[in-house]
Design a protein around this ligand. Structure first.
Ligand code: PBG
Length: 348
């Protein structure tokens, strides 16, 4: 029931103490002006926090829209070089490269992953030659290369673990040879981080870092990404025998502990916003550089709402990314990276 005017006066006149209000603790004081808010802000987003995932495809001088990721395009290698130049100008520290492989080059074992002139390797070499100052992160997993869209070898409906790991090590070596700075295994096979570390070291790539997708969940938020790399229609079944169950948190800590033990330099959690608790827990537990991947479905939801005029684009994007910092992330893989970097640059 709304207070009548006379009742309101009566309450006000009674004074704050009588109303039971705390006169000492007034957290709003620190929010009173912009300068005060800036002064006490705990987490901020800078361009140094951004990793930009890009999609590459064959051909030259063209870009192809990805309908479920409005504003994101697949780029031919020469266009990817231009994107890298732009990213370097904006001071984005690193790119993550994902290929759309010609379906004719996909087979059950993903053999194209081991072709040292595949799309990923071509992109690595071209960007390294033109923009040596930007960091290049490559995804280790077989799904862009397999005809069935799984991250590993498929036999009688099962994904083989150890046989897959052997191929992943070779895939990592092919990428390191072509110039990858960071190997990011996203396949979720057991033991792959240790095997890749040993393989890299034995081949002399002792400086190549490993960013482990330590806690990667079997998620519907990857849907648009599978459109982007062309596995949405070909994927047989789902990835629940290797990616994690969304109901599990402690298991993420056990998974990450194994990866840390096996030599991971950095950890990653994926998807992002729905799994902020996992980001927080991993950072607390290990204190290692920890990243979050704001995945394609998260991008699509936010960008879709922006394009419909339902939310304020700049504010919602910044807020979604600051949330990762608050949770303890050292950086974020996000398709919004160029947009945010541009805006940060304009703000000076
Ligand atoms: C596959 C891989 C996936 C993503 C990155 N690497 C999808 C999957 O596991 O099916 C998802 C990224 C995104 O949704 O933006 N190895």
């Amino acid at each position: 029931m709304p207070l009548s005017k006379s009742r309101l006066h009566a309450v006000t006149d009674a004074g704050p103490a009588v109303r039971g209000l705390d006169l000492v603790h007034r957290p709003r004081r620190n929010r009173k002006t912009d300068w005060a808010r800036r002064l006490v802000r705990e987490s901020t987003l800078t361009v140094d926090d951004l990793i930009w995932p890009i999609f590459v495809m064959g051909g030259t001088a063209s870009r192809a829209a990805i309908p479920s990721m409005p504003g994101v395009e697949r780029l031919t290698v020469d266009e990817a070089v231009k994107a890298a130049e732009m990213a370097a100008k904006l001071k984005i520290p690193a790119l993550a490269i994902f290929p759309y492989v010609d379906p004719a080059r996909r087979d059950p074992t993903g053999s194209e992953a081991l072709n040292d002139n595949n799309l990923v390797c071509q992109t690595l070499r071209a960007i390294k030659a033109a923009v040596p100052e930007i960091g290049l992160i490559t995804d280790v997993a077989l799904d862009p290369f397999t005809s069935h869209g799984h991250d590993g070898l498929l036999q009688d409906g099962r994904i083989l673990n150890d046989e897959t790991v052997e191929i992943l090590v070779r895939q990592a070596l092919v990428q390191a040879e072509a110039g990858a700075d960071v190997i990011a295994p996203s396949d979720m096979m057991d033991g792959r981080v240790g095997a890749i570390r040993a393989g890299l070291d034995a081949a002399g790539y002792t400086d190549v870092q490993i960013m482990s997708y330590a806690a990667k969940y079997a998620s519907a938020f990857y849907g648009p990404f599978r459109d982007a790399i062309g596995t949405a229609k070909t994927l047989s079944g789902d990835k629940r025998t290797y990616q994690m169950d969304p109901g599990n948190g402690l298991e993420a800590i056990r998974e990450a502990a194994l990866d840390v033990d096996e030599g991971a330099d950095m950890l990653m959690v994926k998807p992002g916003l729905p799994y902020l608790d996992i980001v927080f827990r991993l950072k607390e537990a290990f204190g290692l550089p920890t990243f979050a991947y704001q995945v394609s479905g998260e991008y699509a939801m936010i960008e879709g709402a922006i394009r419909n005029g339902w939310v304020d684009g700049d504010r919602i994007v910044t807020e979604s990314l600051v949330a990762f910092k608050r949770a303890g992330a050292d950086g974020i893989l996000t398709y919004f990276a160029p947009r945010v970097a541009q805006r940060l640059a304009e703000q000076g």
